[in-house]
Design a protein around this ligand. Structure first.
Ligand code: CMC
Length: 391
């Protein structure tokens, strides 16, 4: 009842109260549960940060060990899931397959979680963390026609990602520790970002009391779009195109500024950060380090730097406060680590998973009402029905 306030895109509307992530877009501050993203990226590990996001406190040594063990217990995925995977064409985009497989987990785990039961909730968290990682890598194995790998209990969570992705039947695979460290940091940087599009989706779907897997699957679909997580793939494709067509970055800047051209500079701009994205700073530094340590000389990095430099000096970008975001440099690292381009958004999803879980859990624990926005109707007034033969 009363007057409806219109706020398309929710630019000025809060949807909930939350204790998980603090973000100041003017000052470029990002904190998980009160800890700065800079500290966490440098000093913590991904599962530690996942625990922090989901349960509110950094784990003790014992709690972390227990968490790792409990996640491991749930990494076996029902064999029938493989039939579903086999039904997809090899060319299917991994994000579409991931959304479908996450949703399919509901069929094999039909019991809904009692959120008020701490033990049940904890098990649901571990189950989601375990199974999601495995099926995420299976989307790639399928696209390559490789046999599916199983979680290796002797390895850590992030190292398992590499094993699940790249180990072939021809022999053991030992990933470079530098690669594991870089991935760990990237996952932490993607861990949570308060009420972004995919997280709001997870909360919205969950607000109808739909299950955790169903809600996460919806989050995967929301993340896929090029204005959100899909931007990391789009950035790399853009940089590759600039490189392939002679390296003229300015031409692409001009296209991005042209209001008659739908093209946007991918990896630039942010709904909330109007000064800089603190994650982009960390990632840029990491990209430099990772490429130098691995001895990779990638012309794409030079193009990205040139593009950034020109955009930061350009009046169009300056006046609109458009800065590089988290997706601008992440793809360059993924590429150096050997991750295929169409898996970039899946990487984002693996990193964002603890955030989605934490937000879903918080939403249910706070007993939030069903999400149901209003609208302002702009269609026809009442009309007389016309029978089909008279239309
Ligand atoms: N290139 C060119 N112009 C842009 C860009 C861009 N990347 N981003 C915003 N603008 C312009 C936009 O055209 C508008 O201009 P005007 O005021 O003249 O109409 C102004 O800047 C404000 O943009 P907006 O679309 O109203 O801003 P928004 O808050 O609705 O959108 C955004 C934010 C991230 C969707 C947008 O900046 C964008 O499309 N960026 C490119 C895609 C991208 O990198 N997405 C990743 C976001 S960060 C992490 C994540 O979610 O994955």
């Amino acid at each position: 009842s009363g007057v409806i306030t219109l706020d398309p895109g929710y630019k000025n509307s809060g949807s909930c109260k939350s204790e998980i992530t603090f973000l100041d877009g003017e000052l470029g501050i990002l904190r998980y549960r009160g800890y700065s993203i800079e500290d966490l990226a440098e000093k913590a590990h991904f599962l530690e940060v996942s625990y922090l996001l989901i349960f509110g406190e950094l784990p003790t040594v014992k709690q972390l060990e227990q968490f790792e063990n409990d996640i491991r217990k749930y990494t076996l995925v029902n064999e029938e899931m493989k039939n579903i995977i086999d039904g997809f064409p090899k060319t299917a985009h991994p994000m579409g397959v991931l959304a479908a497989l996450t949703s399919a987990l509901t069929a094999f785990n039909p019991k809904s979680v009692n959120v008020d039961n701490e033990k049940e909730m904890y098990e649901a968290v571990c189950k989601t963390m375990g199974k999601f990682l495995v099926i995420a890598t299976w989307t790639y194995r399928k696209s390559m026609g490789y046999p599916l790998n199983y979680y290796d209990n002797t390895k850590g969570y992030v190292e398992n990602f590499m094993h699940l992705m790249f180990e072939l039947p021809t022999g053991p695979y030992t990933p470079n520790p530098i690669v594991i460290d870089a991935l760990d940091k990237l996952f932490i940087l993607h861990g949570d970002h308060e009420q972004n599009c995919s997280t709001s989706t997870v909360r919205m779907v969950g607000s109808s009391h739909a299950g955790l897997f169903a809600s996460i699957s919806a989050g995967v679909s929301a993340l896929w779009g090029p204005l959100h997580g899909g931007a990391n793939q789009a950035v790399l494709e853009m940089l590759e195109e600039i490189h392939a067509t002679g390296g003229d970055a300015d031409k692409y800047l001009a296209k991005a500024k042209d209001k008659n051209d739908p093209f946007r500079l991918m990896g630039f701009g942010h709904r909330v950060y109007k000064n800089f994205d603190p994650r982009a700073k960390i990632i840029k530094k990491a990209a430099n380090e990772v490429l130098a340590t691995l001895g990779v000389d990638d012309p794409i990095l030079a193009i990205a730097k040139k593009l950034e430099e020109s955009a930061l000096e350009d009046e169009y970008f300056k006046s609109r406060n458009l800065y590089p975001n988290v997706d601008f440099y992440s793809g360059i690292i993924y590429r150096a680590l050997g991750i295929p381009t169409d898996m970039f958004t899946v990487m984002f999803a693996i990193g964002r998973l603890p955030g989605w879980i934490a937000q879903w859990k918080e939403m249910r624990e706070n007993k939030e009402p069903i999400g149901r926005p209003r609208q302002i109707y702009t269609g026809h007034p009442l009309r007389d029905f016309v029978p089909s033969e008279k239309r």
